[in-house]
Design a binder for this molecule. Structure first.
Ligand SMILES: C[S@@+](CC[C@H](N)C(=O)[O-])C[C@H]1O[C@@H](n2cnc3c(N)ncnc32)[C@H](O)[C@@H]1O
Length: 376
């Protein structure tokens, strides 16, 4: 997709997938945090006009509707801070947010404040968040540019240093691989986004490795900024341009919920992602019956790497923190692997405490009978 010139433009499939993911994630994030905090904040640096040509809602309206539902259940407050640089898009966004608010009862409108600002997101967004006391309290920041790179590392660091902040950043690697090698100004833009120059090693990589290298550098950048967990989604826009959505959090719960959201995204949207721990770097299509073959290989490697094997609980933690798969996928997979004789379990029934070892640890044992899926 070329960068749109019009005030509103048509929504393409990858945007639909992004909204699906956002809706699913915020539907978990908001109730969990509202159950524990009096006020939480959602912010966008690149909000868009709030509506697409076909009438579909933009990301701020998607988020607003989720929050209105959550605040129905919790008598708490939620603040939305929305930045948009393009004047007419900002006006359109004000209009769309006004319509979203008008659909809700007035007591809810008082508890769900919406602040639309026209202008460059940086440094206005962080200043606004600071001035409203939103930093240091639960905060989700969506930085959904056309892929830039546009986000200064210093902003990521300022956000990551706050204990309850999470970010989702859109990153398009093609700009840097196409233009930055020969153009100093473009390279500087890369340096500002990555907070250093290591990313420039991309110029020495073979063509086939360049995008993955930059993606991993960007994830490392988020971790260096202070987000202990990252997760990436790979999307192709209609022009075949690769976009990554990179999520950063310092909470295992946030990571778990984002994975749940990812595995729930409508597969017809065609979002794909790769697991960095999968040696084949296989691209997975999100499917109703997820392909867990890569997780199987990953778990087997991890089990084999320890003479004593691993408990199911350890395998679930590893799955959560080190792969794109979900802990909930582990138990059934271990049962299946045990049935096929690929691993042994002690005791036979698979629970969190069960120890899983490679068959070579107990050569006499054979496949056990399949077990009913009653424990999960
Ligand atoms: C990819 S679109 C956002 C789409 C929106 N998040 C959604 O999903 O519906 C990017 C938006 O960022 C705006 N934008 C570009 N540069 C900006 C900047 N420096 N500060 C604020 N907004 C900017 C553009 O005008 C455009 O509306």
């Amino acid at each position: 997709m070329a960068v749109p010139k019009k005030v509103i433009w048509s929504r393409d499939p990858h945007t639909a997938a992004k909204h699906d993911l956002l809706r699913r994630y915020l539907s978990a994030w908001a109730p969990i945090l509202l159950s524990r905090h009096d006020v939480i904040t959602y912010a966008e640096g690149f909000s868009g006009p709030g509506i697409y040509e076909g009438g579909e809602p933009g990301s701020p309206v998607v988020a607003y509707d989720v929050f209105a539902g959550a605040l129905h259940r919790y008598p708490k407050r939620l603040r939305m801070v929305l930045m948009e640089e393009h004047k007419q898009r900002a006006e359109k966004l004000c209009e769309q947010m006004g319509l979203a608010q008008a659909r809700r009862p007035s007591d809810l409108r008082d508890r769900l404040s919406v602040d639309v600002r026209e202008g460059d997101f940086h440094p206005a967004l962080i200043q606004k968040l600071r001035a409203t006391g939103s930093l240091g309290k639960p905060l989700f920041v969506l930085l959904d540019s056309y892929g830039g790179p546009d986000i200064p590392y210093s902003l990521l660091r300022d956000l990551a240093q706050q204990p309850s902040t999470e970010v989702m950043v859109t990153f398009a690697p093609s700009f840097l691989t196409r233009f930055a090698e020969r153009d100093l100004a473009h390279r500087r833009r890369g340096d500002a986004a990555f907070g250093g120059q290591e990313w420039q090693n991309v110029f020495t990589k073979p063509k086939s490795d360049k995008f993955l290298f930059l993606r991993d550098q960007y994830k490392a950048t988020l971790r260096r900024a202070g987000f202990s967990h990252t997760l990436q989604f790979e999307m192709l826009d209609e022009g075949g341009r690769l976009l990554y959505l990179i999520f950063g959090t310092s909470h295992a719960k946030g990571l778990e919920k984002m994975k749940d959201a990812l595995w729930g995204v409508d597969p017809s949207h065609g979002v794909r992602y790769r697991d960095p721990k999968d040696p084949d770097q296989q691209q997975l299509e999100l499917a109703l019956e997820p392909n867990t073959a890569p997780l199987r290989r990953i778990l087997l490697d991890h089990i084999s790497a320890s003479h004593a094997g691993r408990t199911v609980e350890e395998l679930q933690a590893y799955t959560l923190l080190e792969t794109v798969f979900r802990p909930a996928q582990v138990i059934n997979l271990i049962r299946q692997m045990r049935y096929e004789g690929v691993v042994l379990t002690e005791p036979n029934g698979v629970t969190k405490k069960t120890r899983v070892t490679p068959p070579t640890s107990h050569p006499a044992a054979g496949p056990a009978a399949p077990e009913q899926d009653t424990l999960w």
